[in-house]
Each structure stands twice: as C-alpha cells, then as structure tokens.
Design a protein around this ligand. Structure first.
Ligand SMILES: [Fe+2]
Ligand SMILES: [Fe+2]
Length: 241
C-alpha cells in the first residue's frame, strides 16, 4: 500500500452503475506508480480478463482470497517486473513491435540510407529474441517436442527460420549503397505480417503452455532470470551481429 493507493469496493458500486463500468473508469485512469485495490464478493477473474482486453494489456494484478472476499492489487504493467514467461516474452514482443514501427516511420520520413541504424537495430533485436526462444526455451521443454503436425514448438522453430530469412534479405538490401525505399517497404510489410501472426500464436498457445510446465519446475526462477538477461535491451549502436 502507498499514498497512491485507491480502494475500489465492488460490493458497493454507485447506484445505477454496472460493476464493470465502475471498475473500467477507475482503471482506465490509473496513473504511473499508483495502485487500485479492488474488493469483490465474487471471483473477479473474468472481469479482470475483460478489462485487460479493453485496456490493451495495460494492467498487472495479484489476487488474494480471504474467506469470501477477493482483494486484488492492480497496477500498470510497466510499473512491475514480469514474473512469468508469458509476461516477459509478450512485453518483448511489444518492444520489438515498437522498434519496427520506428524503423518504418524513419524509412518513410527520410531516405532509406538515413533509416539504416533504426532498421539494423530492429533486425538485430528481433534475431536476439528468436535466439532466446530457440536456444534457451525450446530445449528447456523437451516434452513439447514431437512429430505431431501441430506441435507448437515445431511451428515456432519453422516460423523462426522464415522470419530470420526475411531479416537477412532486408539486411542485404540495406547494405547496398542506395537501398530502394519502395522495395524495402515491401519487405518490411511482409515481415510485419509474418511477425504479427507468429507473436499471436506464441502468446495464445505456446507461452501459456510453457508457463504451465514451468510452474512444476523447481528451476523455474533460474530459467526466467536467464531469459530476462537474454532479452535485456542492448544500447543503441551496438554492433549488428
Ligand atoms: Fe518467436
Ligand atoms: Fe516471440
């Protein structure tokens, strides 16, 4: 609890206002560093899920049930450290998406040559993310390997190969003396589409599975620390690998 803690008791929401609406407005305006403690007589899991969707994954929460009352501490996600693979990797997807948008904006606003540092940083960071998923995570969950057509790890590895090939094509293009901006934008469009589908599949299918398996693993904290270190942003301008 801190000075920015506000209590939201859903057992006594204002007359005529739906519980969902009451909670939505309180959480929509949640400020950086602030906390809302939501108190509910009903299990708030579904309500929180709906609010998270509406607020575009902005919330972090921790629930405690005391007798028949749920108390949920809610904060902005960026005020907290990710503690699950799902959260850690999804946040890194958001970071990569922002780097991609920045590179594309730079490409459209300037010449392709002037956009080269932003483009290279995005490609480098994307490949680093893939290296963590391939090199650290896939081998940590061998039970997910198998010959099945819809094996989520096999799908991930296959899609990574295609994505890395696309990053190499873009990289080669930007190593030319005068990259063609129209051609670069076409390749960026293809990569952005592939990445968006890939991230969605990982976030909805693979990461929840990994977190379930990890919850039974005594070395879970070590693996999460390794992933966190592997994904930590590097300083801009670091050499491209
Ligand atoms: Fe991936
Ligand atoms: Fe990923």
């Amino acid at each position: 609890m801190n000075s920015k803690t506000r209590y939201l008791d859903l057992r006594s929401s204002p007359a005529g206002m739906q519980v969902h609406t009451y909670a939505f407005y309180a959480l929509r305006d949640l400020e950086p560093g602030a906390e809302v403690v939501l108190i509910s007589a009903e299990d708030p899991a579904l309500l929180l899920k709906q609010l998270q969707l509406q607020l575009r994954n902005r919330l972090w929460w921790q629930s405690v049930r005391e007798q028949q009352v749920w108390r949920v501490s809610i904060r902005r996600r960026e005020d907290t450290e990710a503690s699950t693979l799902q959260d850690l990797l999804s946040r890194d997807h958001e970071r990569l998406d922002a780097l991609l948008v920045r590179a594309l904006a730079q490409l459209r606003a300037c010449s392709a040559s002037a956009a080269t540092p932003e483009v290279m940083e995005f490609l480098q960071e994307l490949r680093r993310h893939i290296e963590v998923e391939n090199g650290l995570l896939a081998p940590a969950f061998p039970t997910l390997y198998g010959p099945e057509e819809d094996n989520p790890v096999a799908t991930m590895l296959r899609e990574h190969e295609d994505i890395v090939k696309q990053t190499k094509i873009i990289e080669e293009l930007f190593h030319e003396a005068a990259p063609d901006p129209a051609e670069a934008e076409i390749w960026f469009g293809l990569l952005a589409a592939a990445l968006s589908k890939h991230e969605y599949r990982e976030e909805t299918r693979l990461f929840p599975l990994w977190d379930t398996l990890l919850s039974r693993n005594p070395d879970a904290d070590t693996l999460i620390q390794q992933v966190r270190a592997g994904l930590a942003p590097r300083a801009s301008g670091a050499p491209v690998t």
